[in-house]
Design a binder for this molecule. Sequence first.
Ligand code: ARG
Length: 575
Amino acid sequence: MTDFKELIANEIFDEALGLDTDEIKSMIEIPADDNMGDYAFPCFRLAKTLRKAPQQIAADIAEKAKGSEAFEKVENVNAYVNFFIDRAFFAGDVVKEVTEKGSSYGRSEVGAGKKVIVEYSSPNIAKPFHIGHIRSTVIGNALYKLYDACGYDTIRINYLGDYGTQFGKMIVAYRKWGSEEELAEEPIKALLGYYTRFHKEAEADPSLEDEARETFAKLEAGAPEETELWKKFRELSLAEFNRVYGMLGIEFDSYKGESFYSDKMPRFIRELKEKNLLVESQGAQIVDLDEYGLGAAMITKSDGSSLYVTRDIAAAVYRKETYDFYKCIYVVASQQNLHFKQWKKVLELMGYEWQEDCVHVPFGLVSLSDGDDIKTMSTREGKVVFLEDVLNTAVSKTAEIMKEKDVQGVDVDEVSKEVGIGAVIFQELSNNRIKDYVFSWDKVLNFDGETGPYVQYTHARACSVLRRAEETDLAAVEGAEIDSAYLGSDSAYTLAKLIYRVPEVVIEAADKYEPSILTRHLVDIAQAFNKFYHDEHILVDDENERRAKLALVAAAKTVISNCLGLLGISAPERM
Ligand code: ARG
């Protein structure tokens, strides 16, 4: 791809300036006002060296640069030289680049040689995988893909909540009221049922609580029968989670959860003691963080068992020692802000400077609008909406819409999955992640709004145009042997400009941990494509014009598909 700044720097370069091309490049600005061109070069700094008025310098540079075919116009306004890129040249250049790079267009190597861990999803086992989990799961997956696209070496971790006193309760309840058949049939619903029943019965019979504590102590000590049951609960839960991950197309490199660190804590408790950071408080061991406005971080409970913060300390050190990460990203709800602040502070006080490379990426809450017809289930905490039910509903609703629209030549079963699930993911990644939002079917599945289906439909539309094209045209398009003079229109230029920015948008979205930056850019691309499609005749008689336009259509199709892929969404060719 033409590096326009480089091109401009080369035009401007002159020994007499006393600047090398990199210095010149760094001085080039992008004017806020389109009327001032695509790039501008201010000449104030050169006045001293050249002993000339900045206006005169600007005029001289403009005169010299006029010859370049890359610019439609070069003019000076006072001390600025304004460069107007030749639109057709630019669009042709973008098309060529996308054609050459294909599915890797948008990727870069800025992160080469650096390891990034993305920890996401991390549900608690034996608990429902509910709508609230979609956020960490989908945002985390998109962040992983964005970092991967920036050339980082990525590791995906699912830090399963597979440890804690609740397993004592679960085991007690299962032994008293559970059955193997029930568990095999719908494990999470069964386990949740036992858990709920435990709490109800424990109100009347507090001795159950003691029994649960003892059982958990046995589990901690590695007693075979308890461990066997815990393993079973874990496996059955994971199988259910994996079903949902499968629907979402999500994978992990490691499922090392809280239990993995259960025996790795003494080292840190010792270390905290040695560093004089532990204080006793009502039988528990804490790190006092009052002076930082962070309260107290509980390290061990009065019964000596370890806590969430402690396990996270052990996990962070393990990850540093195992992977020597450049960055470790935690995609976890903003409700846990205090936990992560405490944990980072403790690591810092322990002298682990790399804690600065651990980043908590928080997000807001998702709630359901009233009257939504998703199946809900009551638990002790209130209503639970299973994520799997949401995804299934999205698919069946999409299938209904597709049948209503009577789309031809499409495998509704297959495509409704891609579109329905894609719609849910897209919605999840549309807003600034920190915002709370209300889940609503009308918004998710609207084919005309700024939604997943809209973008996918745009992609399918581009595919359909290409299907109607002649084979000889497509061959020319693939070789990008096109006459870009036909790509000078406003709508072609707007589309090309948006496509051109994709690689930098991907980097920005990763740097800011904000997939919505890419989602919104993708909506802009889809809208620009649709404008181009409506404004222009694409399959015109003139062969050269037709091929040039088809090449832009093909580039848009590739880019939309690539960007959807980076968000974790598929791009069906027909819908
Ligand atoms: N399992 C926890 C939950 O469901 C989330 C774990 C977040 N990650 C962490 N490293 N603490 O609330």
